[in-house]
Ligand binder design. Structure first.
Ligand code: UDP
Length: 320
């Protein structure tokens, strides 16, 4: 297929673009490089530097589908600058959807998030559970999910939203290139812990040790980026005109912040000092996905369920 990958210079978008190319698809990456890196765009992809609001110019050339990763994704920033998140994540996506409609592009795979659920009532979280986001980031992603349902129902778009839990690790492509996480502003746990092992930080903060969990720290579901990327190819193939499907993507197992830090110590051989810090606003105690729906409907299953393997890949991919 001829595909547009928005945000294909970012961590997840570049890994998916690489897998799409390996699978024989023709890929154009559209990225404004606000957080991505031009050198992350896989060889073999065409690259256009620009905003998703310019997608119409590209899509007019004839495309079979869009994989839409371009977004603002920092929860804390979204609380401070909600307008930026509504404008980029919802406004930008609506412009993209209209451009797709104008150009007759039939399918989209969208990066949604566990943040659409907010504080969960049940564990593991099902796609049928209530969506009550607790920050503008999650709310803006949920609004796009809602818009996709409308565009599918009204305009015959084929859409899949993938709700990511905690994505980690790195993808090594067939040509040996490694697609890892390297955010300039890093908020994620595993890269922050590994930065200590690399000597770039003195310690890692543990945000809250008084949660109602076995060791008092938050529990999250870590999914390897290679598994996550593979789900996008299955989702793309499954897009059916007029249907919008939503799938959770996690490994189904929860690990606490302390457990993650312990595994990072084992993998790196570094003592990794920690500092207990205040809870981070809006962090639910436990977020674990049920990925039964995507397993049942698309035959997807996480292959990298060992946290040590995920951390080992993230560690090997870090620029030294
Ligand atoms: N966390 C932490 N220290 C850090 C970064 C994250 O204790 O330096 C905690 C955070 O509070 C959450 C978990 O690690 O409980 C995962 O956070 P992350 O930002 O990686 O992903 P999120 O679950 O927010 O999407």
């Amino acid at each position: 297929m001829r595909l547009l990958v928005t945000g294909g210079a970012g961590y997840i978008g570049s890994a998916v673009a690489a897998q799409l190319i390996e699978a024989g698809h023709e890929v154009t990456v559209l990225d404004d490089l606000s957080t991505g890196h031009a050198d992350a765009v896989p060889p073999g992809a065409s690259f256009v530097e620009g905003s998703i609001t310019q997608a119409a110019d590209i899509l007019d050339r004839g495309f079979d589908g869009v994989l839409h990763f371009a977004a603002r994704s920092l929860v804390g920033e979204s609380v401070e600058k909600p307008g930026l998140y509504w404008e980029n994540n919802l406004g930008g996506t609506l412009a993209l959807l209209e451009a797709m409609r104008g150009a007759g592009v039939p399918r989209i795979v969208f990066s949604s998030t566990a943040a659409t659920y907010g504080e969960p009532e049940n564990t593991p979280i099902l796609e049928t559970d209530p969506t009550r986001p607790t920050n503008p980031y999650g709310a803006s992603k949920l609004a796009v999910d809602t818009a996709l349902t409308a565009f599918a129902g009204l305009h015959g778009l084929g859409a899949v939203s993938l709700r990511y839990f905690n994505v980690a690790g790195a993808y090594t492509a067939a040509d040996g290139r490694v697609y890892g996480e390297r955010h300039t502003v890093e908020t994620h746990l595993i890269p922050n812990v590994l930065a200590v092992a690399l000597g770039r930080r003195e310690s890692v903060s543990v945000f809250g040790t008084d949660y109602p969990t076995p060791d008092g720290t938050c529990v999250r579901d870590y999914i390897h980026v290679a598994d996550l990327a593979r789900a996008h190819l299955l989702a793309l193939e499954s897009c059916a005109p007029g249907a919008h499907k939503i799938y959770n993507l996690g490994s189904g197992t929860g690990f606490s912040v302390q457990e993650v830090i312990s595994v990072c110590r084992e993998v790196t051989g570094h003592p990794i000092p920690t500092v207990v810090a205040e809870r981070r606003a809006g962090d639910p105690a436990v977020l674990v996905a049920s990925s039964e729906r995507i397993q049942r409907e698309l035959g997807w299953k996480a292959e990298h369920v060992d946290l040590r393997g995920i951390v080992t890949d993230a560690w090997a991919a870090l620029p030294r």
